[in-house]
Write a new protein. Structure first.
Length: 60
């Protein structure tokens, strides 16, 4: 239903916005940091904060 609403005004529902591209690049990096056994608590919290800030900017 959502795709139909996007396609009706001739928009492309598969188009990737610049914000989506940024998220696509940063997300795997955050997962790698969190899964690395050498990451300590401080580094993990910094990575989480970075992810949240990126997410918030993408919504704005």
């Amino acid at each position: 239903m959502l795709c139909d609403c996007i396609v009706k005004p001739s928009a492309d529902p598969t188009a990737q916005t610049p914000a989506a591209e940024v998220c696509g690049v940063t997300s795997p990096g955050l997962v790698q940091v969190m899964c690395d056994p050498r990451t300590d608590v401080s580094q993990a919290l910094t990575a989480l904060l970075s992810g949240e800030a990126t997410d918030q900017c993408g919504r704005e």
